[in-house]
Design a protein around this ligand. Structure first.
Ligand code: ADP
Ligand code: MG
Ligand code: MG
Length: 899
């Protein structure tokens, strides 16, 4: 027979799935012998059954009655008895903590008769009517669905009439009057009376808590925290204890350590003569816990002892809800407490130092996301002015600079040492130089995976995107805010990519000590010590190697300082931009072999120089160089721009620039409806004569030069967008031919592993064949996600992704977090079949997912050799790779409380 109700004494902290976090921890405290008002828990299973069928699960109410009788017997009082009533609270609580997202009803069991009994028994008439007032209010809004503000307004009107600054100044008569007003409010709004039967109150409250699982607030919260919708909430029914019995009573919250800094010592707030919900609701100002020590030293001492007991029992920072009833302390809730990223690291380190945690356990207590948060400089928010605009916090950090509206201006002004913020409607690959030069990027259009967002995150650059309230006028070089403020080019603004906010002027910055430590090794206090310890432990236990995606010697050097073990993706397309674009243009426009060869020959030494720099920065570590990938027309000017230029010239009666005409012809010829699926990747290499040979020669000659200089260059050549083995075989022949040529010419043997990206489903499905020709696989999970889902990343973001997220079709964008079921399955399959065909095949990931903790845990479980991510994510990936090695495959419920 299914069982739905459990007594506190039967539960424990391991049962949070069934009893909810709150119920399980109340049970745990009961077992520890702490003073917890007795009660019982209706399980999440009952909730799921109720939500599925809409009917009370069979037998549940019988079980509730039986458990209630036990609580009544222990208390020597009966629920709602007219003389001396027992009151209970009905509390929500799911497995993951969802603070304030669901409902709780206090003081169940009061009615028109028992309120008099309670007044009599407690000898405190005001208290009895205060409790009844609270019940009618909470029951009315939570259970009967009356607009909560109606009660608040009625109370405000009465306070006004009584000249009462807060609820403390209302007396028993006032409160009794309020109860009548509230009851009338309920009747007017619903056509029903507030129920006078305590049993009915209890039953309806339980069902209302079940329903609150699907309330709007709770659902939004779950979506944001990636909590599954099907867990359900448990309901805790518990004897009331009263903090509103006068000055020797009160309620409070406490942390066993400071949750902001992690410093040891009890920390919290207290509110005399109040019930628990008043503390957080802000109805009156709370006082510090030190005040409780003055008011009631005995209760304070007990609280401190219990806090210590909880911290050593849970071996972590705990938060606590408590109530003092006439000098007697009661514990009402505890859980492992939420904390800042800083506190997370320092507490884990401290507990490890105290020997409470092993170094491995300490590592499981911190996360890559927390580390990432600690790496960005921050604004001192106490000193910023009002916001200028808000947008999507796309790439965290804080940056200050003068507003510029195009890439060229950004580059020009930055070259003089000025700090600039690039503001665009949205960015395109053309804006790349400007993005590199800018401190931050601000766009009025596009979401978290828009071009601006993705590229900025890759570069570790601050970005706020989709600030829809901004009107960006690139023409007049200004933008307008919602309030009509016009910001001209050159005006200084501050961009907070962590909060998604933009401020006028230069907001003061606080530097990240953690980044300084990672860059220089300088330890400057508890926090950097803690981060160092966690990374050291992660490096000791992880199996996954961590490489970086880097295209310049500077990025390579930084990645190395951050602990990268090589470069997993060196894109060569960025090397074709800027001034070199002219040469690329010549190559594309060449009419004869001779012209093409001349253009390629001019590019060769430039490419070689790039590779020499990168191989030097990564000396002794592998550098995976990807052959040119994007469609060539990305290197040509914009088609419309050219057409307009030609038309204008003709309209003026003159002749258009013949170069423009030639370019337009080429651009039109090369125009593709779906460039993402067009002439790019290996296809380019196979049809554009001389391109691969030039790139491979540049690599090989760089290797020779570095070898001659006494270095250990470990270049690897990677072929993009392979769909079948034949493509790779042909391309590989060409690569080997050039390597042999350079070896023969120079007398220095150049051997580079040749591998391929796996970024098309067909490549994954035929990985066994492809592996015959590949020394390594690198999963390009960005393109693999695009091609598996049939999503064009740049298009879906703006159009329908937010609707998909709202509808819960996926919990997070598959471009941010690897879709394990689909894309992940291809990765698993290709890895297994590739290795079966080619033992020793090296496998890695170079998509953005390489730096995403959840995805990284999957890659670890799949047995890949390495992940590669942007330099700034390298420490994050190191940490998460360590955590992945310690844990069974990551729990997908990220919002869950820690065990
Ligand atoms: P939330 O999950 O929103 O914190 P709770 O179920 O913890 O909701 O309850 C809200 C407030 O009521 C808390 O401050 C809690 O301590 C208090 N409370 C809950 N049950 C009781 C009880 N039996 N006696 C006294 N106070 C209670
Ligand atoms: Mg609570
Ligand atoms: Mg790709």
């Amino acid at each position: 027979m299914v069982r739905y109700v459990y007594d506190f004494a039967e539960g424990g902290r391991g049962m949070a799935g069934l009893l909810g976090g709150k119920g399980a921890n109340l049970a745990e405290m009961t077992r520890m012998g702490l003073p917890v008002p007795p009660g019982f828990i209706v399980s999440t299973e009952a909730c799921r059954a109720f939500l599925a069928t809409g009917a009370e699960p069979e037998g549940m109410s019988r079980e509730i009655s039986a458990h209630l009788s036990a609580v009544e017997a222990a208390a020597g009082r009966r629920l709602g008895h007219p003389d001396d009533p027992l009151l209970v609270s009905v509390r929500s609580g799911a497995r993951p903590s969802m603070p304030g997202m669901m409902e709780t009803v206090l003081d169940i069991g009061l009615d028109d008769a028992s309120v008099l009994g309670l007044a009599e028994a407690s000898g405190n008439e005001r208290f009895a009517w205060d409790s009844y007032r609270r019940l009618v209010q909470m029951f009315g809004s939570t259970v009967m669905g009356v607009e909560a503000s109606l009660f608040e307004e009625a109370m405000a009107v009465l306070k006004e009439a009584r000249d009462a600054p807060d609820d403390m100044h209302l007396d028993a008569r006032d409160l009794a009057e309020l109860v009548e007003m509230f009851k009338k409010l309920i009747y007017d709004a619903t056509g029903h009376d507030f129920p006078q039967s305590p049993a009915e109150q209890l039953r309806r409250a339980v069902l209302a808590v079940f329903r609150s699982w699907n309330g709007e607030r709770a659902r939004l919260y779950r979506r944001r925290e990636h909590i599954p919708d099907d867990l359900g909430t448990a309901v805790t029914v518990q004897r009331m204890v009263f903090g509103n019995l006068g000055p020797d009573s009160g309620s409070g919250v406490a942390f066993t350590r400071d949750p902001v800094t992690g410093r040891p010592g009890l920390y919290g707030d207290y509110l005399p003569d109040a019930q628990g919900e008043d503390v957080v609701a802000g109805v009156r100002n709370t006082v510090a816990l030190t005040e409780l020590r003055r008011l009631d030293p005995h209760s304070y001492d007990q609280l401190r002892q219990y806090a210590q007991a909880l911290e050593s029992h849970y071996r972590d920072l705990c938060d606590i809800e408590f109530t003092v009833e006439r000098g007697r302390l009661w514990m009402l809730q505890t859980r492992v407490g939420k904390r800042t990223a800083e506190a997370s690291f320092t507490i884990a380190a401290e507990l490890a130092d105290e020997g409470v945690l092993t170094p491995d356990e300490a590592l499981t207590r911190v996360s890559g996301d927390e580390l990432a948060r600690l790496m960005f400089p921050r604004f001192d928010t106490s000193a910023t002015g009002p916001v200028l605009a808000r947008g999507v916090p796309a790439s965290p950090g804080a940056a200050v600079g003068a507003v510029v509206f195009d890439s060229a201006t950004a580059v020009r002004r930055a070259a003089t040492g000025e700090k600039v913020v690039l503001v665009r409607h949205e960015t395109t690959p053309d804006d790349l130089p400007g993005m590199v030069a800018a401190q931050a990027v601000l766009t009025s259009h596009g979401g978290r995976t828009s071009h601006a967002a993705v590229v900025a995150r890759g570069m570790g650059k601050v970005c706020v995107c989709g600030a829809g309230e901004l009107r960006v006028h690139a023409g007049t070089r200004s933008f307008t805010t919602l309030d009509g403020i016009v910001v001209e080019e050159g005006t200084v603004i501050s961009v907070d990519g962590t909060a998604g906010a933009v401020y006028p002027g230069a907001a003061p910055l606080v530097d990240s000590a953690v980044t300084r430590y990672l860059e220089t090794g300088e330890r400057s206090g508890d926090l950097t010590e803690a981060v160092a310890g966690a990374l050291q432990q992660a490096d000791a236990v992880r199996r996954l190697e961590v490489r970086a995606n880097a295209d310049t010697p500077e990025d390579a050097a930084r990645a190395r300082r951050f602990g990268a073990q090589g470069i997993g993706l060196c894109r060569t397309e960025h090397m074709f931009l800027g001034e070199r674009r002219k040469l690329v243009e010549e190559m594309i426009l060449a009419r004869t072999d001779h012209q093409r060869r001349r253009a390629l020959a001019a590019l060769l030494p430039l490419q070689r120089r790039d590779f020499i720099g990168i191989l030097a920065a990564m000396d002794g570590l592998p550098v995976t160089i990807r052959l040119l990938d994007p469609p060539l027309h990305e290197f040509l000017p914009d088609r419309t721009g050219l057409a307009v230029r030609i038309a204008t010239a003709e309209a003026r009666g003159g002749l258009p620039d013949p170069h423009d005409v030639e370019l337009l012809e080429a651009v039109s010829r090369m125009h593709e409806e779906n460039p993402m699926l067009g002439l790019r990747g290996v296809r380019l290499g196979l049809v554009v004569p001389g391109l691969v040979a030039m790139q491979v020669r540049a690599v090989a000659e760089a290797v020779v030069e570095r070898t001659r200089a006494g270095g250990t260059p470990l270049a690897e050549i990677m072929v993009p967008l392979i769909g079948c083995v034949e493509e790779l075989r042909l391309e590989r022949d060409e690569v080997e031919r050039v390597l042999a040529e350079v070896s023969a010419e120079t007398g220095v043997p150049v051997r580079c592993p040749v591998g391929t990206m796996i970024e098309l489903p067909r490549a994954a499905l035929t990985a066994g064949r492809i592996a015959e020709q590949a020394d390594f696989f690198s999963f390009g999970t960005n393109d693999l996600t695009q091609t598996t889902w049939g999503f064009s990343r740049d298009d879906v973001e703006a159009e329908f992704f937010s609707a998909y997220l709202d509808k819960g079709i996926f919990p997070a964008s598959p471009f941010e977090r690897l879709d394990r079921e689909g894309v992940g399955r291809l990765v698993e399959l290709a890895t297994a079949e590739g290795r079966a065909a080619h033992p020793g095949l090296k496998t890695g990931v170079c998509g953005e997912h390489g730096g995403d903790p959840d995805s990284l845990h999957f890659f670890h479980a799949t047995g890949l050799d390495y992940v590669s991510c942007s330099p700034f994510r390298v420490p994050v990936a190191r940490l998460e790779a360590g955590r992945a090695a310690l844990r069974p495959p990551a729990d997908r419920v990220t919002g869950a409380e820690r065990p």
